[in-house]
Design a protein around this ligand. Sequence first.
Ligand code: F6R
Length: 639
Amino acid sequence: MSRLNLLEETRFEKLPVSIFADKETASKAVAARIAGIIRVKQEKSEHAILGLATGVTPLQVYAELIRLHKEEGLSFKNVITFNLDEYYPMQPGAEQSYVRFMHENLFDHIDIDPVNVNIPNGTLSPEEVNEFCLQYEKKISDLGGLDVQILGIGRTGHIGFNEPGSAPNSGTRVVTLHDLTRRDAAHDFGGKENVPVKAITMGVGTIFKAREIILMAWSGKKAPIIRKAVEGEISSDVPATYLQLSNNVEFVLDQDAAADLTRFNTPWLVKDMVWDEKNIRKAVIWLAKAVNKPILKLTEEDYNNNGMAQLATEQGPVYDINIRIFNAVQHTITGWPGGKPNADDSQRPERRDPAKKRVLLFSPHPDDDVISMGGTFIRLADHGHDVHVAYQTSGNTAVWDDDVLRFVEFAIDFGAAQGQDTTDLKALYAEMKAFFDEKTPNQEDLKEIQRVKGLIRKGEAIAGARYAGLPDDHIHFMDLPFYDRAKKQKKVSYEDDILQTMELLKEVKPHQVYAAGDFADPHGTHKICFNIIHEALKRLKATEDWIADCWLWLYRGAWHEFEIHEIEMAVPLSPQEVERKRMAIFKHQSQKDRAVFPGDDSREFWIRAEDRTKETARAYNQLGLAEYEAIEAFVRFHY
Ligand code: F6R
């Protein structure tokens, strides 16, 4: 059954979607709906039966419900809750338990009666658990079913823990978690190997019986699965597509999570466009890819058959459009990332003057510089620019424990060989070893261990930057304080990080700043690091003259790459430069073979970097541009 959709723009969408500017506004709207249900039920002296979810998605909804309780007198006395799921096995007091999550984020701050809270019990024996699931299901229906069920969505398309393969009529049961789900949870558990293999979850059928279903999703990370859930065929491969069969469902999204929907991603397919150079470039590059042709070979027919007739008629002949876009893409390519001296720069991504620029490359972790833009980094130094690199965080969490022992052993042996007294160091070594023997997943390291881990990464970063050609006084270790604070506190202020960044900027007075713009970094560090730089630059604008000439370039690469139509500077690398870049990445030995936090990409960083830059080169070549070994891509950010 597909929904009758009278709006042309949303004709690919098979269920109702509401899009909000950001997750805060969206969460407030969802909380207001839940509060409305609770109040209506209160007036009738009835219970409100809520289906709740855990994870990062509903956090702001819960925060807003708490605010409504504390500031606007919303009572939860008539509320009965059922949580979607729980890991199995799981002790309620464990750090990762959903019981603990719900208490910390909602129940401990409102006036709900504890007997009205229901969360799947992760402590039962295998013999008991099936009966428990049946009773859970029965309890919901005996109460007349859920008034509202809120949901997040996993990148597998799971709702609750109904992973691909789940049946539409499934009930509450024990399930096996998908590998991607376990990888996504790895950070909470201190490694994927510690994530339980199983979980108890309400079924798709249980969810379906709710009188209202609200699925929420925030951030670009969810955009691809949201597109599948909203526009894809109904299939057990993506359990969220079952929701297309419901008449009571609504997807509540922020703009980033909605970005892959047809109406935003390829809007020319569903509506008349106001064409500008930006969306023409995107559309033409999309068309070339869709029909698998280089830009200059696209025909009138290709335009007409692929939803781009409007552009062809308004701005054709199409060959002129093709040439214009081809040239625009051609002009992004430069072997002179710092600008080409004595050359006409009217069609180049960077200015010619000054011929020697001061460059400040910010690297969130100690290896992002070489992984993401190692070729350009080396090129800038080769061209004689005054290049500085600033490592924003120590990156100490991403070092394996056994490396710490190896380095301290070295220090002891070297000290002894020099005839020094190593008694204290040996005692510290014994303490570290004892700590590791007892260490539980995600336990915070001893201060000294954190220091050794930071020093290991510092040494590697120095080796990498020196290899790229930098003198030691151009290598800066910022050790921004937010990084350690963020591990302990939920709410973190970035004021001292911003001030420190402003100081460094004032010292270098760069013409070019490079910053990591790959906000899909699974731990959020890149986005925070970017925000700090952005804020520092904005504040300096008011007082510093040089800032008017300071361009901010974003790079990506460790986690994902820019889309081809977004790229504003494409720096091609020769095969030799690809190899030099690889050597620079190899200096980061603690990150080789297997990173502590690899994200959902199991490839080593140097392989990811090479694959991505080669892929960009291949995409350029397929558009009909010259064939390069690899390309590093940049987008200019106007602040
Ligand atoms: C949680 C649950 C899961 C999450 C989903 C998204 O109770 O059932 O389906 O909603 O994995 O997780 P987050 O919100 O952390 O992205």
